[in-house]
Design a protein around this ligand. Structure first.
Ligand code: CO
Length: 300
């Protein structure tokens, strides 16, 4: 990795980490999801970074993939287990980081510790050439030592410029059929999830998070409103996920029905919420690391 790219990752990481900690402080009973998402995203932009995906605010059995709509009225309630997942980028070099906060109570402190210690143990093991299934085993063993289950169908992922999931997975279980090894300079987002539920997630309702389908061209779109919006979305967000909220200013009116139509036509993908199959509580912690010869460097 050349020095210039390295500095961009470090800078993105510093901004994402600060925004995550700022967001954590904002989460209190009665506070709106929408205000936390908007404030955290503004903070990232004010510091000169781009948003690599919408702020995810996932509650209780929702492991990941929920971001409030523009008209969302949800507020945090005492006892909720909140996963706050934040991403920034500098020139497409992405930092991705998440934390779990329990709102005004401490019933799930041990489960929060389980995913956080699993992450720490994984980070201590990652270096160039490490077998990622071994990292998965470490995550699984750590979470099980707390009496909980890792989520087996959610993994960490490698990052590349403007690509959030670029090929390598970092499993949270000992998957012996996955013998992949990261190289020096690879960038990984490592994110163990722990649960008292099934230990795998199913797709739920819409997340309000979308991705542009790059293989389509707008000339196949017949109605003008959809065509204009698709062109704006694809040039603005390109390969990175975006929020329903962010489309509000792209067309003068009816942005929400137009977005739904683009999704119906398959021009944009609407991600589902990812929910523990038995409705268990889920915790998560995530850092982005740069793989080194001996060990790895946490940038978030
Ligand atoms: Co993340």
């Amino acid at each position: 990795m050349d020095d210039d790219i390295y500095e961009k990752y470090r800078h993105a990481g510093e901004i994402a980490a600060e925004a995550r900690d700022y967001g954590t402080e904002l989460i209190k009973p009665g506070v709106r999801f929408l205000d936390v998402a908007n404030n955290v995203e503004s903070r990232i932009k004010k510091r000169g970074a781009g948003l690599s995906f919408p702020v995810n605010i996932s509650i209780n059995e929702i492991a990941a993939h929920f971001s409030p709509r523009h008209d969302d009225t949800l507020v945090f309630k005492k006892g909720e287990v909140v996963k706050l997942d934040v991403g920034s980028h500098i020139d497409g070099y992405i930092a991705d980081t998440a934390v779990t906060v329990e709102v005004g109570s401490n019933k799930y402190g041990e489960m929060i510790k389980a995913s956080s210690e699993a992450l720490e143990n994984a980070i201590n093991h990652v270096k160039a050439g490490v077998d990622l299934s071994e990292v998965g085993k470490i995550v699984e063993d750590t979470i099980k030592s707390y009496g909980h289950r890792p989520i087996d169908n959610l993994t960490g992922h490698s990052l590349q410029q403007y690509v959030l999931h670029s090929g390598l997975s970092v499993p949270s279980v000992a998957n012996t059929s996955y013998r992949v090894k990261p190289k020096l300079g690879d960038v990984l987002a490592i994110e163990p999830f722990a649960t008292n539920g099934a230990g795998h997630v199913m797709a739920g309702a819409g997340s309000n998070i979308y991705l542009c389908n790059q293989s389509f061209r707008s000339r196949i779109i017949r109605d003008n409103r959809s065509k204009i919006m698709f062109n704006k979305i694809s040039s603005r967000f390109n390969t990175l996920p975006f929020a329903q909220r962010w489309c509000q200013n792209l067309v003068s009116d009816r942005f929400d029905p137009t977005l739904k139509r683009l999704s119906f036509l398959g021009l944009i993908k609407h991600y589902p919420q990812l929910i523990d199959a038995k409705g268990g509580i889920v915790t998560q912690k995530e850092h982005t690391v740069i793989v080194k010869e001996e060990g790895c460097e946490v940038i978030t």
